[in-house]
Design a protein around this ligand. Sequence first.
Ligand SMILES: NC(=O)c1ccc[n+]([C@@H]2O[C@H](COP(=O)([O-])OP(=O)(O)OC[C@H]3O[C@@H](n4cnc5c(N)ncnc54)[C@H](O)[C@@H]3O)[C@@H](O)[C@H]2O)c1
Length: 256
Amino acid sequence: MKLSNQYPTLSGKTVFITGGATGIGACLVEAFLQQGAKVAFVDILDNESNQLVDYINKQYIDPELKFYHCDLVDIPALQAVIAQVEVDLGPIGVLINNAACDERHKIEQLTPEYWDRCINTNLKHYFFAAQAVRVQMCKLGGGSIINLGSMSWHNCQGGMAGYTAAKAGVMGLTRGLVADLGKDHIRINTLTPGWVMTKRQLTHWVDRNTAKYIEDNQCIKDYVMPEDIAAMALFLASDDSKLCTAQNFIVDGGWI
Ligand SMILES: NC(=O)c1ccc[n+]([C@@H]2O[C@H](COP(=O)([O-])OP(=O)(O)OC[C@H]3O[C@@H](n4cnc5c(N)ncnc54)[C@H](O)[C@@H]3O)[C@@H](O)[C@H]2O)c1
């Protein structure tokens, strides 16, 4: 994977990515390392995380990459990791709230406990990560927070009301924080992917009807790939987007 743009302001910056072991997160890890950034990521999948670290170490010369095991529903654990990242790699200048779980669930099967799990897995840690990096970003004179949203709720997609409600909340969270953090030159944007062909999507939901579905719904008939999302994330993390905040940037091939 190689993206064409180079952003000099990302070189040497500490970037913290949640859910970096697989899918879009793994692509973000590699994309930021290619910019010369120092990258820390958290995940619950130890095997996949270690495999990614091995791959990066073979592929690049002296990459500054650190993996920390962290279940993001455990907020004190997340706060401890964020404090440790500052010790290991320096103050965090870019936060990418990416981790989520798009498990399907039927309305009649939703329990109060499962509902809380949806919110805790897909929304709660976004706020607490932003809260924890704020003090580190202030030391740098500012920073960029990118919250991964989803087109699912815009498109009235059914079959996962807990997930879609949390993802709608992501956009509310972005806009609820921008004024307060803007005073510290911290920018926050939502980055909303369309249907991205990650390994998980390919394994669980992409089938022989997918090409026709995309043909019918996307203005540009190509598959959206993780690197298309990473390309936007690089721009939003870099100083080239220094006056972009409070916005929702959609990368979905024009879903109609
Ligand atoms: N792939 C798509 O089509 C698509 C579409 C719309 C939005 N998105 C959004 O993009 C982001 C990335 O999606 P993806 O498709 O790469 O997802 P994915 O499921 O492939 O990867 C998510 C990563 O987050 C990790 N994770 C989940 N729960 C965690 C927890 N409690 N603690 C720590 N790590 C945890 C997983 O282990 C995994 O590595 C998500 O926010 C998702 O909602 C993806």
